[in-house]
Design a protein around this ligand. Sequence first.
Ligand SMILES: [Zn+2]
Length: 100
Amino acid sequence: MRTEGKVGSSLQANLTIAAPAADHALLASLGDDLRFVTITSVVSLALADELAVQVTPSGATKCERCWHWRDDVGHDPAHPTICGRCTSNLHGAGEARKVA
Ligand SMILES: [Zn+2]
């Protein structure tokens, strides 16, 4: 799939990183924080013999607070324009980050 011109910012990108075992383990150790390290909205990891990175435009909705493109934007009818992470940070217990 050609993606030129379809990703306007890094946060609109979804990444798929295919990596050899050692690199995969290192990246996986970051958990969900990997998306914050790469400044993208979603990162998927896969095992492969060689490193390869695929960028695809997000099909999700942009959160008006954090600008991440997330499937859970509007999950709370009381806050229809923000994502679950922002809802939690503003009105709940807040997010837990480990490394980033
Ligand atoms: Zn948000």
